[in-house]
Design a protein. Structure first.
Lengths: 113, 108
């Protein structure tokens, strides 16, 4: 069965650089969520989209932005990267908004040097 | 805002012993979900509980949702090495909030 695809798997950036993370949800899933997980931490909700519109916003820094495109894939754009942005970034998708279970991708490991 | 806490943070058990993690929300939940994250992996959905007092079982795993819909527990009977990982609850209030997780390690 198709799963949530994230790219790249690993990304190394310098401070103040920009990064773009991509997420391709499971087919027919219309909702995408972005989470940030630091080492030994629980996933922290950043932002979500339903039917290409932002549906909820969590602890996403102003330096980050995201969008969901017409094919339902989503991109997380990160600018002016800081050392503290180093983390595992998960994308998850679901069908419908609200009560649905989340299917997570394998994540993008971002290292900011 | 909504907070979801889990205890314990870490649990080390001998293989074959039982394990329980508890999840407590600061607000009443419409549902609670449980996820398992293996070391180096991503969270994988285990189950969703919706009704007050609901109990669900999956083989050696028993999930319970409290009567007040503010707490939940996951109990594993006779742990095996394959149970290693971090167990997260995720409570659905205004938004889906992940708990702090319980990291389970098994001593063979």
């Amino acid at each position: 069965a198709a799963g949530v695809i994230q790219s790249p798997r690993h990304l190394i950036k310098e401070k103040r650089e920009t990064a773009t993370l991509k997420c391709y949800p499971i087919p027919r899933h219309d909702t995408v969520y972005w989470y940030q997980q630091g080492p030994g931490q629980d996933p922290q909700f950043l932002i979500s989209f339903y039917e290409k519109m932002q549906s909820d916003k969590g602890s996403i820094p102003d330096r980050f932005s995201a969008q969901q495109f017409s094919d339902y894939h989503s991109e997380l754009n990160m600018s002016s990267l800081e050392l503290g942005d180093s983390a595992l970034y998960f994308c998850a998708s679901s069908r419908g908004l609200g009560q649905e279970k989340l299917f997570f991708g394998s994540g993008t490991q971002l290292s900011v040097l | 805002g909504q907070q979801v806490m889990q205890i314990p943070q870490y649990q080390h058990v001998q293989e074959g012993e039982d394990f329980t993690t508890y999840c407590n929300s600061s607000t009443t939940l419409s549902n609670i979900q449980w996820y398992k994250q293996r070391p180096g992996g991503h969270p994988v959905f285990l189950i969703q509980l919706v009704k007050s007092g609901e109990v669900k079982k999956q083989k050696r795993l028993t999930f319970q949702f409290g009567e007040a819909k503010k707490n939940s527990s996951l109990h594993i009977t006779a742990t095996q090495t394959t149970d290693v990982g971090t167990y997260f609850c995720a409570g659905k209030g205004e938004k889906l909030t992940f708990g702090t997780g319980t990291r389970l390690t098994i001593i063979p």
